[in-house]
Design a protein. Structure first.
Length: 196
């Protein structure tokens, strides 16, 4: 059988972006986390979403956001709810203070439960563990953007609907780029091995 590199890359991308939910959603879809997002424990991450066009019975409030990990067929709950209480779907972002004790893993996902009883799932994203002895790096500045596809990640923030779009440090950016390249390369190698 002959396969092109484009076909292999398409297969990897399709499996990487597959979401768990196939039925009704909370009426919102995640802008961030996105598959390319790499964030660090002990920092703040700007979770953002946007309304799903034509959604029936869309949620007005988000009752919970769970941190999940593992395979898309059977996600495990890492943190049942990162929220302290329900929040409205507008504004369309939430600044999450990532705990220091979160382990490095390339297969984290968020499950948002709306007040309509349905869930919306993010794509996989990466959380990098904090260095030994690290301290939290949380601040409380409002985000500058919250649009689909925009880089709405923050290097620090408050764990509520506020934060900033701070750029990662050079070391953090290099580590993130290396991890993403390794994960993508491993995914392509796995698909190629399956196809041969």
């Amino acid at each position: 059988m002959k396969f092109t590199v484009a076909a292999v890359i398409s297969a990897v991308a399709a499996s990487a972006y597959a979401q768990v939910a196939t039925g009704p959603t909370a009426g919102v879809a995640f802008a961030h986390p996105a598959y390319s997002d790499v964030v660090s424990a002990g920092n703040t991450f700007n979770i953002s979403w946007y309304p799903v066009a034509g959604a029936v019975d869309a949620s007005k409030n988000i009752n919970s956001i769970a941190l999940m990990s593992g395979g898309s067929a059977a996600l495990d709950t890492v943190i049942p709810n990162i929220l302290s209480g329900p929040i409205p779907t507008s504004p369309s972002w939430y600044m999450w203070n990532i705990p220091l004790d979160i382990a490095t893993l390339p297969s984290y996902s968020l499950a948002l439960k709306g007040d309509n009883g349905a869930d919306s799932y993010s794509t996989y994203f990466v959380i990098m563990a904090a260095a030994p002895g690290a301290k939290t790096n949380y601040t409380a500045a409002p985000p500058t953007t919250s649009t689909p596809g925009a880089n709405n990640n923050a290097g620090s923030g408050s764990g509520s609907a506020s934060g900033s779009d701070a750029a990662p440090s050079t070391t953090e950016a290099n580590a993130a780029a290396s991890l993403k390249a390794g994960l993508f390369g491993a995914g392509i190698a796995g698909v190629v091995a399956l196809l041969i």
